[in-house]
Design a protein around this ligand. Structure first.
Ligand SMILES: Nc1ncnc2c1ncn2[C@@H]1O[C@H](COP(=O)(O)OP(=O)(O)OP(=O)(O)O)[C@@H](O)[C@H]1O
Length: 250
């Protein structure tokens, strides 16, 4: 019987030059869950997201995506359909018009020549336009990306994800560089799109308030291990106090 878990993290350990970043970490994720990863600085949130994205190979343990191991996800096209990533700095090419950045979502799935050609003559422009419409930026198709505000740039990154249309979205502190109003705007849009597309979302966040408001489950990491893993409506003030307090006393 096929597993109903879209992600399985099984006893994953990561060492950086002898220092343990993730320590025999295990949890599973069901399709459609929206998970906020919280925890003190250095707890391992970014390392975990990069490991799920297959950028880092575990020293021990394994991660299965839809029952596929890392060797089966070596195929760039397959991986691009499964996982999309969004970061704090958005990874946009600022000198290019918005349309190119949005269509970059397809690069993993297009062949080499189509990708190259698209840099000169954007291919499947209507795809980019539809995605920009959904994030409220349809007038910005040919605008130079550098001219957009931080919040608008993050919405371009969301449009790029819509074009990529992966099953899983990993977001590493996607609102850390935005003011509170823009952060809420981006998070509510991200979670709305994820729900509409029936995707699975894992986001690292520093704000517990946003974690509770926009996510279904919170996984708290401390020193590379799961400190608690609870549905948002079961989180108590003591859980949070001990998560951050313990770190301070170390
Ligand atoms: N490339 C690397 N080389 C060496 N050590 C690293 C590397 N990347 C991360 N680490 C270490 O691994 C641990 C986990 O780091 P990570 O960036 O995953 O934490 P984090 O929870 O994302 O922190 P923050 O909230 O500050 O972004 C830290 O002790 C960090 O110093």
């Amino acid at each position: 019987m096929a597993s109903e878990n879209i992600i399985e993290v099984q006893n994953v350990t990561i060492n950086f030059e002898g220092k343990i970043a993730l320590s025999s970490l295990s949890f599973s994720v069901k399709k459609g869950e929206r998970i906020a990863l919280i925890g003190p600085s250095g707890a391992g949130k970014t390392t975990l997201l990069n490991t799920i994205a297959t950028f880092i190979k575990p020293d021990e343990g394994q991660i299965l995506i839809d029952e596929l191991g890392s060797s089966e996800l070596d195929d760039r096209k397959k991986l691009s359909r499964k996982i999309g990533m969004i970061r704090q700095q958005f990874d946009l090419v600022h000198q290019l018009p918005v349309v190119h950045n949005v269509l970059a979502g397809k690069l993993g799935q297009w062949g080499f020549f189509k990708s190259l050609w698209s840099l000169i003559f954007p291919q499947e422009k209507s795809l980019a336009l539809r995605a920009l419409e959904r994030v409220g930026l349809k007038d910005k198709l040919y605008e130079k990306t550098a001219n957009l505000s931080g919040g608008e740039q993050q919405r371009v990154a969301l449009a790029r994800l819509l074009v990529q249309s992966p099953e899983i979205i990993l977001a590493d502190e996607p609102v850390a560089s935005l003011d509170p109003a823009r952060a809420e705007d981006v998070l509510s849009m991200l979670t709305k799109l994820v729900i509409e597309e029936n995707q699975t979302l894992i986001t690292s966040l520093h704000s517990v308030e946003y974690a509770k408001k926009y996510f279904t489950r919170i996984i708290a990491l401390r020193d590379g291990a799961v400190f608690f893993d609870l549905p948002v409506d079961e989180i108590q003030a003591e859980n949070l106090a001990s998560l951050y307090q313990l770190k301070e006393h170390m």
